[in-house]
Ligand binder design. Structure first.
Ligand SMILES: [Zn+2]
Length: 218
């Protein structure tokens, strides 16, 4: 179940995607191999970095990215904020990975029972401090979810998913760098949701089927 080595995954984002899918499969089936996590790997200044995926995830302490995808040091370039809400600095970070590190796969990773999405569902009148930024960013997804079902539990699940879809769309249209790379097929931008009970990451089908055909430049 190892599937693709890191060089192949780095060169071709479709292999990168499969590498994440297989890594998560190992994790959810308790067969993690903990690659590149020895002391030697972690303290190796010669390693450089060629991360094959950028993960835009939630700051939630129960979603440790390397562990749930069973990857090691140098594999994943990660930004995490509550509800994986993005702002200018996150965009710059992601662009840096795409332009300078040449990472070709971006995964927006939401998760079940997300506290930030749950907070946005409650639409508090006056959220304290800068938390209002998070609430406002997630609000459109939460409103859409509220309109589509009456069940509170389903509402939260729908909002988590919708929030990921909104964020995937935002990155695909982000001028000038990501949009251009996405349109030319150099860069894949997909969405996924992590289920904390099963340990499984579900890649959202519609974000995968809507990908432009990847043109391999090698
Ligand atoms: Zn969360």
């Amino acid at each position: 179940m190892y599937f693709a080595d890191r060089d192949t995954a780095y060169a071709d984002p479709y292999y990168g995607l499969k590498k994440l899918i297989y890594g998560n499969k190992r994790f959810s089936e308790n067969k993690s191999i903990n690659p590149r996590q020895t002391e030697q790997d972690l303290k190796n200044a010669e390693l450089g970095q060629k991360p094959f995926a950028v993960i835009i995830g939630c700051a939630d302490s129960r979603v440790p990215n390397e562990i749930i995808f069973d990857q090691g040091v140098g594999d994943l370039f990660i930004t995490r904020t509550a509800g994986q809400v993005m702002a200018e600095a996150s965009f710059g970070t992601i662009e840096y990975a795409a332009a300078a590190l040449n990472t070709k796969l971006i995964v927006v990773l939401g998760h079940q029972s997300c506290g930030a999405v749950d907070a946005a569902m409650k639409l508090p009148e006056n959220p304290p401090g800068h938390i209002v930024t998070l609430i406002n960013a997630i609000k459109p997804a939460s409103l859409k979810a509220k309109q589509s079902t009456n069940s509170d539990e389903t509402k939260l699940e729908l909002a988590v998913r919708e929030n990921v879809l909104v964020q995937v769309e935002m990155l695909r249209n982000l001028e000038p760098l990501l949009s251009r790379k996405f349109d030319s097929g150099e860069l894949l931008i997909v969405g996924a949701v992590y289920n904390m009970q099963s340990g499984k990451v579900e890649f959202i089908e519609e974000t995968i089927t809507s990908l432009p055909k990847f043109r391999n430049s090698n």
